[in-house]
Ligand binder design. Sequence first.
Ligand code: CP
Ligand code: NVA
Length: 302
Amino acid sequence: MKRDFLNISDLTKEEILEIIEYAIKLKKDKFLDQTLKGKSIGLVFMKPSTRTRLSFEVGVYQMGGQPIYIQGSSTQMSRGEDIKDTARVLSRYLDGLVIRTYAHKEVEELAEYSDFPVINALTDYLHPCQVLADLMTIYERFGKLEGLKVAYVGDGNNMANTWIIAGGLVGIHVSVATPKGYEPDSKAVAEGLELAKKTKAKIEITNSPEEAVKNADVIYTDVWVSMGQEGEKEKKEFFKDFTINKDLVSKANKNAIVMHCLPAHKGEEITEEIFEQFADVIFEEAENRLHAQKALMSLLFK
Ligand code: CP
Ligand code: NVA
């Protein structure tokens, strides 16, 4: 039975911990895992990418496979070819597919009609590969996940949605602070709350950054205007009190770290000063994309 990774909850808490442990091993020995030997993995991007594309291309190569980058606009999908038909065609050539696109349901449809594992490289709804690497980064810093608190401050977007689900799944308390009207997706909140029944994680949604960062071990942020929302620049007006600055960081735990999935818009969601103060964590987080995704692919393609 093939396995997809469309949502962080496609993995169990135990599998996430195994992936993190294995990713830490791969970080020390990049050619250790050759699971993808002889396999061709397609990477379809309908949106721009620096980290996700590069970390998957390099990761597939290091695991002995062939990465094939496919710019979305160069495919017949961009001219309206059915996702269902595309999935059935690609299944005849490829052994796996990594896809970044807009609507989450397109990725679900691709997964449903293809014979190979499909990995979500970001949709408007979720960005599970990023949170997998974030969890690894947090584990490396704190030596555990359960019982920690992550405060997400900013737009209730794909990152916020994924964090809510991840928190419920692994037992991290997640407090999301957004301006009114920019709260996370109610479907993600419902899933996070349901998962949290088992782990006892607290999931909170607030409009107060100060309240969110109280007792936080990690302060997390992301851009105010996501890919696909370029026409919504006036949205920024509502986010003026949601910048991660020195004052806000001082209200979190003494040893709290600041994380950012990147790319960053300094002066908007984070000040340059705080970004540079936590640059070592933020770039470790970016590096961990490579290791965490390799460990993930090892599990999915075994
Ligand atoms: N964080 C992240 O997914 O970056 P890219 O958009 O550069 O892939
Ligand atoms: N929320 C951002 C994440 C970028 C990695 C976006 O979707 O553009």
